[in-house]
Design a binder for this molecule. Sequence first.
Ligand code: ADP
Ligand code: ZN
Length: 616
Amino acid sequence: MDKYQVLKETFGYTTFRQGQERLVDSTLSGRDVLGIMPTGAGKSICFQVPALLFPGITIVVSPLISLMKDQVSALNAAGIHAAYINSSLTEGQFRKAMEFARQGRYKIIYAAPERLMTESFLALAQEVPISMVAVDEAHCISQWGQDFRPSYLKIVDFIQQLPMRPVLAAYTATATKAVKEDILCILGLKNPDVLVTGYDRKNLYFAVEKPKNKTEALLEYLRRNSEKSGIIYCNTRKTVEEVHQELVQAGYPVVRYHAGLSEEEKKQNQEDFIYDAAPIMVATNAFGMGIDKSNVRFVIHYNMPKDIESYYQEAGRAGRDGEPGECILYYGGQDVKMNEFLIEQQVSNEELGREEQEVIRERNYERLRKMTFYCFTNECLRDYILRYFGEYGGNYCGNCRNCLTEFQDVDVTEEAAGILNMTLSSGQRYGIQAVIDAVHGSDSAKVRQFRLQENPYYGVLKDRTIVRLRQILNDLLVKEYLWLTPGDYPVLKLGEKGREFLQEKDSAQVFLKLPKEQEKAETKQKAQKKRSVEDVKYPELFEILRQYRYQMAQKAHIPPYIIFSDKTLREMSTYLPVNREEMLAINGVGNSKYEKYGKAFENLIQEFIRDKNIEK
Ligand code: ADP
Ligand code: ZN
């Protein structure tokens, strides 16, 4: 068997995707690898293909139980012997799994990091040959990351205990420069092949909205997008409950998920969502890790998440099948406060010292700041995200709200001067509201309390609206003319650019991009038309196959996409394969899947051809 055979026969794919082949080759040649690839890029294939070709066992370290379970079921469905070892196993199941592992029955074993250094696991690792250790979600090893897990440090100890050093392969979807360096350094990767494939997910559309009434905006969106599957993320359990209730009342097939529900209900709801019995999920961020539901068409953030890492990961659950997906964030003023509250509340990690915790807290604030800027930038949203991860895209993607909105540059030099001068002359001691009230000449409690009426810049912008001033101030923050101190009472300070601006006096100018309202609606419509073109030749057949897949999935108690993805069904509904050879030419149909499901689908297609008198 070679790598192409494994790819085709086991996984049913005809070609490797961008980056996959290089990492597979490096791994097979015995070289360590680090793959930084966006969610949905296909990281698993990069280590699963070599795992099947290596003589020994591959240990995959993964942080989440649900993630392991899903991956192992997918492997089992593809005819590969794999198992997982984590705290969800009963004592008996655990013993059996270890026994089978010792007999060499598994090619791939998924293990939770805290399991690695247990006596029994170490004993196993001494007995069986281990060819590779693959570290999934490798960013968890870094304190710079959004999800530091001290147990990940055990991986290093574990590898040192092994009689022979295996190949190390580390994978993550989100790594800023600092996180990347931590992974390389802490895991001790030797001369690794580091591949950063584009973070870009071209099929995803991005937008930020600031609806006055989020519930109404959501209901309106669902009306326009009925029948589609999607996730609505909320910041708190309470909001999940409220939004869920609204949607139930509006008659949508919706389920909910948060940490306050019983295990049983969580499991049931998750399954209903995955099996498309209830295609809409309202959830906190507790939901989704490792859920590879490929036909999620939209991810709406009802609240702004805490950082870009979380946002991109959650939004990235849309469109995993490569078909168009929409990622929309509803921003509200309360979202920042709520996130600050959550940062303060964060359960302190007992394994960390006070100083470390303080550092982590500051970094959390910094990340929140960057997230907030995302909601206010008028530049390309995709570009903003890519730059955050250290990638440089073009300034225009043509598939985000900002790129599809026409903006005009408005000269706001005078307003900028007023705001910056007020900030500086009042001693850089006050927050946004006080500064805006002051330049606007309001007689508010804050103005009186801080005696800002006496400031020479009081009321210099009294003919501008408060909304407009806020917009301009936000833009000054995004462009780093100003910055806000972290903490409960954020205070405005002048940034480098702000200081330069004031020094240059007359020559400096500031422009703000503001949307041209009338043209917006039209461009959006055009864009939506473009995105909704579907290239299935026989949509009726697609519906038939989808229905059938659903029934099969229910019977077998597996998610439908484990049988075939939407993309595979689309191809079938276009090319009408009716024999083994034609079936195997379809993306997503491998030998093992063909044996299990191929014939049944062939028959349905035959029938359809006969019914409709189609000439092939
Ligand atoms: P990641 O772990 O990077 O988020 P996965 O490994 O879960 O992504 O893969 C995402 C999706 O892409 C899965 O549905 C997978 O079956 C599919 N996929 C991966 N590699 C290929 C390939 N070479 N050709 C077609 N589909 C692929
Ligand atoms: Zn764009």
